[in-house]
Ligand binder design. Structure first.
Ligand code: ZN
Length: 195
């Protein structure tokens, strides 16, 4: 599968929703397979070195994937809210509040160029992943205008993305996956009409 599929949404929480996708009219789920779920986490920069080591334990990885399933559902609810009413419903906000209650975060000092930086990070691998994905939700809601969170226009595609282009006219999850096949379809449709 095209590597960029894991990150083309432009934000970890959108990429999490995009872990279910349709290809050749068939539904796929990246979380279904632990090794692709692990790869997805890596490409989304959600793992520290210590997390990579910790997740060699299959049980921990399974638990994390289970957590990703519930967070993915919540992210889908958020997208549905935004689509329907342009903001989160109180119920969704409550769900988010409940979700973060279980996420344990601590402080760490890390080097930054010649200096130091104070950061917050998850205690366990699971905490760290959940913390970062939820942060990405809040960051998007805080910084991105809602109409820039969109679904790919191709009728057979369910992928979402944050449009960070200057013009704000991005229509496709990616040119390679959908833009080109749509253009090809339009081209052949025009050719057929002329006959
Ligand atoms: Zn698409």
């Amino acid at each position: 599968m095209d590597k960029s599929l894991y990150i083309l949404g432009g934000s970890p929480w959108i990429n999490l929703v995009n872990t279910t996708y349709i290809s050749n009219k068939q539904m796929y789920d990246i979380l279904h397979d632990p090794s692709s779920a692990f790869k997805w986490l890596g490409e989304n920069n959600l793992l520290r070195e210590s997390d990579v080591l910790a997740l060699e334990n299959d049980e921990l990885l399974d638990q994390l994937i289970e957590g990703l399933h519930s967070l993915r559902h919540l992210c889908e609810v958020i997208l549905a809210d935004l689509k329907q009413q342009g903001k989160l419903s109180l119920n969704t906000v409550d769900q988010l509040k409940r979700f973060v209650q279980d996420v344990k975060v601590g402080l760490a000092i890390v080097p930054k160029h010649e200096n130091l930086k104070l950061i917050s990070e998850g205690i366990t691998a699971r905490d760290h992943v959940m913390y970062n994905i939820v942060s990405s939700i809040i960051h998007t809601l805080d910084n991105i205008s809602i109409d820039r969170i969109r679904e790919c226009e191709h009728q057979d595609c369910i992928l979402h993305f944050v449009d960070t282009s200057k013009s704000g006219k991005r229509r496709w999850c990616s040119m390679e996956l959908c833009g080109n096949r749509q253009k090809a379809a339009e081209f052949y449709a025009r050719k057929k009409n002329k006959k």
